[in-house]
Design a protein around this ligand. Structure first.
Ligand code: PEP
Length: 257
């Protein structure tokens, strides 16, 4: 049985006071419930707040994640952040391959693969995002895209490292648009993704890999999505910036757990 995992991707939002307040409130609310026994929870704030928020949530059971990383260990890479630096400030997770990095910043499958290997090689956990564009879905290319992203991203990953990988299926047309995949669409994509992971790593290991759904998840659609057999939680953007909404999604998961 896979434990559900809900992570908040704050993207480039909130000022310092807002970030500390949100993390502190989240910690307080989760401390007074037993949700964390049923659902793993993490927040992925902007880089500059990580060190402080690591202190705020220390001992709370809430995981700390970064939204990106660079694959080199150190050196002349102006503006970049290494895996060791993220470990230093208390991160356990790193989001890799988010669609905004793929399609807005222009990251390639190869760069994403290098980043993923660097994170796993450095002992941290990965939230590995995959997902098709609207035109790819409309051209019946969804499975082709997912298979390419999974095979290139996870090439060369060991079985031990796979235990530190969460996949996040995020159809690009559903991110920040208010359009959510239906439970059936999500289940179909998750089941297909798991079958590719099974082909690469074996059925037993694939059954242990958590696959989150991401794309306009809200408290009122979270349970319907997470109730599907291959949907193991959510990667939440917009709704993770509001305490009540994010808690509502965590609670929806806990009610299924
Ligand atoms: C995301 O950025 O990973 C995401 C799913 O965003 P939203 O929930 O706002 O669609």
């Amino acid at each position: 049985m896979r434990k559900l995992f809900v992570a908040g991707n704050w993207k480039m939002n909130l000022n310092y006071i807002e970030a500390v307040t949100l993390a502190d409130d989240l910690k307080e609310q989760l401390a007074s419930s037993d949700d964390l026994a049923k659902v793993d929870v993490a927040i992925c704030p902007p880089f500059v707040y990580l060190a402080q928020l690591g202190q705020v949530i220390k001992g709370s059971g809430i995981g700390l994640g970064a939204q990106d990383v660079y694959f080199e260990k150190n050196g002349a890479f102006t503006g970049e952040i290494s895996v060791a630096m993220l470990k230093d400030v208390g991160c356990s997770y790193v989001i890799i391959g988010h669609s905004e990095r793929r399609h807005v910043i222009g990251e390639t499958d190869e760069l994403i693969h290098q980043k993923l290997l660097a994170v796993l090689g450095g002992g941290l956990k990965v939230i590995f995002c995959i997902g098709e564009l609207l035109e790819e879905r409309e051209s019946n290319l969804t499975e082709e895209v997912l298979e390419r992203q999974i095979r290139s991203g996870l090439a060369g990953v060991t079985a031990e490292q796979m235990s530190r990988v969460t996949v996040a299926y995020e159809p690009v047309w559903a991110i920040g648009t208010g359009k959510t995949a239906t439970g059936d669409q999500a289940q179909e994509a998750h089941k297909f993704s798991r079958s590719i992971i099974a082909d690469m790593f074996g059925v037993e290991l694939a059954q242990q890999v958590r696959i989150q759904y991401g794309g306009s998840v809200k408290p009122d659609n979270a349970a319907e999505l997470m109730a599907r057999p291959d949907v193991d939680g959510a990667l939440v953007g917009g709704a993770s910036l509001k305490l009540e909404a994010f808690l509502g999604i965590v609670e929806a998961g806990a009610s299924l757990g």
